[in-house]
Design a protein around this ligand. Structure first.
Ligand SMILES: [Fe+2]
Length: 242
């Protein structure tokens, strides 16, 4: 039986810089944000959701680029374990893409939001109880800290929005990281202006962000961005159309 990383001390997890400690810290931050999301509505909730997306998608993108390949290299059943979490990530990308198109009050939006929250919590449990303990068994503390630094580095330059079409695995996801990140982070800033400023500036910012969403969709379809994908997480053009 593998021991969850949820209740271990920092020293047991390899020290402050260990990838296990960094992962758990983000998961705790996510938990707080999900609680705030449940306690808010309207524009305030949209602001909280934007913070959740910024945390979740860069975190998961760096997992897919750095962490899960390391798990596949070091753990015998790493392929099946990581595919399970990649499928969860793919589902979250799909659901949030749909949620982003809905506005507060739209029919079905609350149910969609509930699905996203449930899936995010399940993903954290799978990582802390199943995948990360396996990494802990196979890597020494120095290796966990090295992996922590690589994961952190990629996380800082990773996209912050859902991208259901790009590959969940290298090399496609690594290739797409920088251009999608530039577009996403510009959209984060523009959406912040759109929410806080009155028209016409706020409206212009929101319109520019929507135009950039089209640019992101075009980047996702560039040659090479889907390389490395497994059939279970592949999405066609239909997934992002509309
Ligand atoms: Fe994680």
């Amino acid at each position: 039986m593998h021991r969850t990383i949820a209740d271990q001390t920092e020293a047991e997890l390899g020290g402050r810089g260990s990838v296990l400690v960094r992962q758990r810290r983000d998961h705790v931050d996510l938990d707080h944000l999900l609680e705030r999301c449940a306690a808010t509505d309207g524009d305030e909730q949209l602001g909280v959701l934007n913070r959740i997306y910024r945390l979740v998608f860069s975190h998961a993108f760096a997992e897919e680029a750095v962490l899960w390949p390391a798990l596949r290299r070091s753990v015998p059943d790493g392929e099946a374990l990581t595919l399970r979490v990649e499928q969860e990530h793919q589902e979250i990308n799909d659901l949030v893409t749909r949620l982003e198109r809905a506005r507060p009050g739209d029919p079905g939006r609350e149910a969609l939001l509930g699905e996203v929250v449930d899936l995010l919590r399940r993903d954290v449990r799978d990582e802390e109880d199943l995948l990360l303990p396996r990494l802990q068994e196979h890597l020494d503390p120095a290796a966990l800290r090295r992996l922590g630094r690589s994961w952190e580095l990629v996380r800082r330059i990773a996209p912050t929005r859902p991208h259901p079409v790009v590959s969940r695995r290298p090399p496609g996801n690594v290739l797409s990281a920088l251009p999608l990140s530039l577009v996403d982070r510009s959209r984060d800033a523009l959406d912040g202006v759109g929410r806080r400023w009155p028209r016409p500036l706020g409206g212009a910012a929101s319109a520019t962000s929507a135009a950039l969403a089209e640019v992101a969709g075009a980047i996702e379809r560039l040659p090479g961005m889907r390389r490395g994908e497994r059939p279970a997480t592949r999405r066609g053009d239909d997934a992002v159309a509309g």
